[in-house]
Design a protein around this ligand. Sequence first.
Ligand SMILES: [Zn+2]
Ligand SMILES: [Zn+2]
Length: 370
Amino acid sequence: MLAPIPGDDRRSYLFWGTRPERELWLTSLAWHRDSLKVFGFLPRQQSQSVDQAPTLQAPMKPALTISALAAVLLAACVHVETTPAPRTLASPGERTRLVMLGTGTPNADPARSGPSLAIVVDDTAYLVDSGPGVVRRAAEAAKRGVEALRVENLRHVFLTHLHSDHTLGLPDLIFTPWVLERDQPLQVFGPPGTRAMSDHLTAAWSEDTELRLNGLEPANSRGYLTEVHELEPGLVYEDELVKVHAFRVPHGSWMHSFGFRFETPDRVIVVSGDTTPSDELVRAAKDCDTLVHEVYSAFTYKGRPDVWKKYHAVFHTSTVELAAIASQIQPRLLVLTHQLFWGQSEEGLLTEIRDLYDGEVISARDLDIL
Ligand SMILES: [Zn+2]
Ligand SMILES: [Zn+2]
């Protein structure tokens, strides 16, 4: 039997089983960085049930029995799926950093929060999309040194479209930073429909807001408000650090779906949002440094049920299609996000692109700083 040790964030597992004489043995392996450690095993207590969760107690028997040793060796061969570590590619001198907060999809993959990224210029963060987990991922990025993503600093979000995987974190982004003392309204830029969504969310949490404003909790009077700006294509935002252009992208039957071009003092970053291949995106991404584009595996797509194939073909972009898009744009860096792997590996997905495109490409992970 194999089970993760609860609360242990190393790659630690317990192995246990019964020998013919019904003695329970167990042993523990821990992967910590590159080392494999074998901690030991315990003889079974006469009264202990196999169903009981085994616990390690000192003192442990120092030697391994043959069967336990065999189990350890066998276990060492077991493939353990790990959460890949985020990377930092941005150099310290750069004013603009791209922080991938969530690279997921509607699939509830614990390693990938819902779609969201931050373009950070100096000390200001501009978020794109607000998938589930966005605020906690921002807090994690702040812990890793991106001060602009401290929760109370989350003040601007640009929504590509209103699909639930891109917006389920919006109430979190409206209310949590306020509870943590953001004292300005959240600036929400999004397609038509964003105002209605924001108003509904404000109404849904009105009892909470009332209590915080009028109860014992200290709360400011503006931080839970939103200022909504519904988008038309073109220049939609400008300040001393950034210009943001919105452009329409085709995303199946969505009436309004946008991509964004961010121009900062030292970078041009284009974010596709969810889209099928789009000439408009190719035009908008001209001369960009970084293209962040959604993608699905063309290889594993073949095994999808017909009903889903039909959907993906008109809502999303395959690796083969993206390679052609990137070949036209030639960005300095192509960033894959919102990856639909369907069993394909990260390396396999990259290979699908690299077979057809020779530029720099990375398959983004949550908390990558690029
Ligand atoms: Zn999506
Ligand atoms: Zn979508």
